[in-house]
Write a protein that binds this ligand. Structure first.
Ligand SMILES: Nc1ncnc2c1ncn2[C@@H]1O[C@H](COP(=O)(O)OP(=O)(O)OP(=O)(O)O)[C@@H](O)[C@H]1O
Ligand SMILES: [Mg+2]
Length: 443
């Protein structure tokens, strides 16, 4: 067969995790990758069965079935009635659809070694999990697998995002604590598919409104209407962790609450760009436990200039007469400073930090960058929505612990770091100033 995998498709095809979502953006070669995945499994596992699904039959016919004829004619036998290919080794590749919730029961008695969902956000979570229950095999050594491909957007946007995208960094296995199954999200965009007429594709996309265009072009899961921080973009604001130079200024921001403690560790480079590099996001921590945890999570060699925290920590508690700040200090967390918690100026300042610009190397960046391990911040910051009564503010029904913490950090006006050489020079200059003075006074 004349089909050569693009590099991202090759990664997808060789992945052995239980559930894999491929794509994100339009035109990344998603549908082809699913088809080839199923064909490869049919050939490799004699007498196996695979199911490929789309939400409706016309979509299925226009795309996957049509393409399967180009790939399989002469190599397997098409059984039109059953919408399936029978392979010479007895394997069967079947196409199906699930227009309504009840349609899943068509597959009640069936068993498959693998199921592929194309355009997963068109399906409901119930359809997906129900159909997964049809996965089983009696063949020794064969693993049952679920594969899916999709663009963002669509009725299933949120459940697909929280199942695959929000659980951790992309291209990384995530083990579901309940089922023990391993999932993975492999993002791909049109840049990963050299077989496509890119200019024509870009032209079609450019006609769309900005939010939809970004979702389709970049596979951006974070755009939707009512969104507060539209400027948030994973490709700009979320970065791979790197070794932070020891001379960069570091500080922490803390939004404490028994319902959720959100603490972030920041580092600032020479130009004033801020890197949020570590996250504590946990519920049920009392003040001293939260303080201890923050101290424990900070390696001894990290010098933290200050920890900016919500001002209510300075209120005295009636029962003990102690403030939250005192309790935390006694538990070892020193250097807490009161945050400026004016909401609207704070959100405005944060927006400035998120505003993309082009750096000296011609790369699009922003003053705030988040290490990809800070998953709760990455999940909740783009999910904030406008307050309908006061559109300048964030709706306080949102899960806003992480963004509030970040707002405190931004409002602490993090100064740029001074390179070591310059620090030494300044120190020498200071010493020079001090010496003659001491001689004059005779000390
Ligand atoms: N490895 C490949 N070899 C040859 N052609 C390919 C390959 N991968 C993708 N293509 C072709 O590129 C085009 C786009 O691929 P495909 O339809 O799989 O992308 P998609 O991500 O599903 O797009 P959409 O977002 O529109 O659904 C199709 O014509 C497809 O046949
Ligand atoms: Mg497709």
């Amino acid at each position: 067969m004349i089909w050569r995998a693009e590099p991202k498709q090759a990664v997808f095809l060789s992945c052995e995790d239980d559930e894999v979502l491929y794509g994100g953006a339009a035109g990344g070669g998603k549908s082809d990758a699913l088809l080839i995945f199923s064909i490869m499994r049919r050939v490799a596992i004699p007498s196996s069965r695979g199911l490929i699904l789309r939400r409706t039959f016309p979509e299925l016919e226009r795309t996957l079935i049509l393409r399967s004829h180009q790939l399989l004619t002469g190599r397997a036998k098409w059984q039109a009635q059953q919408k399936r290919w029978r392979f010479p080794n007895g394997s069967i590749l079947e196409f199906g659809y699930c227009a309504s919730e009840e349609d899943v029961y068509q597959y009640q008695g069936a068993e498959y070694e693998d199921i592929c969902f194309d355009e997963l956000t068109q399906f409901t979570e119930f359809q997906y999990t129900y159909l997964q229950s049809r996965l089983r095999t009696t063949k020794p050594g064969v693993k049952v697998l679920t594969r899916a491909a999709t663009n963002p957007g669509g009725p299933g946007h949120l459940w697909v995002k929280s199942r695959f995208v929000d659980v951790g960094p992309p291209n990384t296995p995530y083990r579901d604590p309940e089922s023990g199954l391993v999932r993975r999200y492999i993002p791909a965009t049109i840049d990963d598919n050299s077989y496509i007429d890119r200019a024509a594709y870009e032209r079609n996309l450019s006609a769309l409104p900005e939010a939809e265009r970004r979702a389709l072009r970049y596979g951006d899961w974070d755009v939707f209407s009512g969104q507060y921080f539209r400027e948030f973009r994973r490709d700009i604001h979320v970065i791979r962790p790197f070794d932070i130079p020891s001379w960069w200024r570091r500080f922490r921001s803390l939004d404490y609450g028994l319902d959720c403690t959100a603490c972030y560790w920041w580092a600032v480079d020479q130009s004033g760009r801020c890197f949020v590099y570590r996250e504590l996001y946990e519920s049920g921590l009392n003040l001293s436990k939260a303080a201890q945890k923050i101290v424990d999570m900070t390696p001894a060699e990290e010098r933290i200039s200050y920890t900016v925290a919500s001002p209510d920590l300075w209120n005295r508690r009636q029962e003990t007469g102690q403030s939250g700040e005192e309790i935390m200090r006694q538990a070892g967390l020193t250097g807490l400073v009161k945050a400026d918690h004016n909401r609207i100026p704070g959100w405005r300042a944060l927006r400035e930090y998120l505003e993309p610009y082009t750096d000296e190397q011609g790369v699009e960046v922003a003053r705030l960058a988040i290490f990809e391990n800070c998953v709760n911040l990455i999940r909740t910051l783009p999910a904030l929505v406008h307050d309908t009564h006061n559109p300048e503010d964030v709706d306080d029904a949102c899960e806003d612990h992480a963004p509030e913490s970040i707002r405190y950090g931004v409002m602490s006006r993090p100064g740029r770091s001074v390179p070591e050489e310059e620090q030494k020079k300044r120190l020498r200059a200071r010493q020079k100033l001090v010496r003659p003075a001491s001689r004059i006074t005779g000390y």
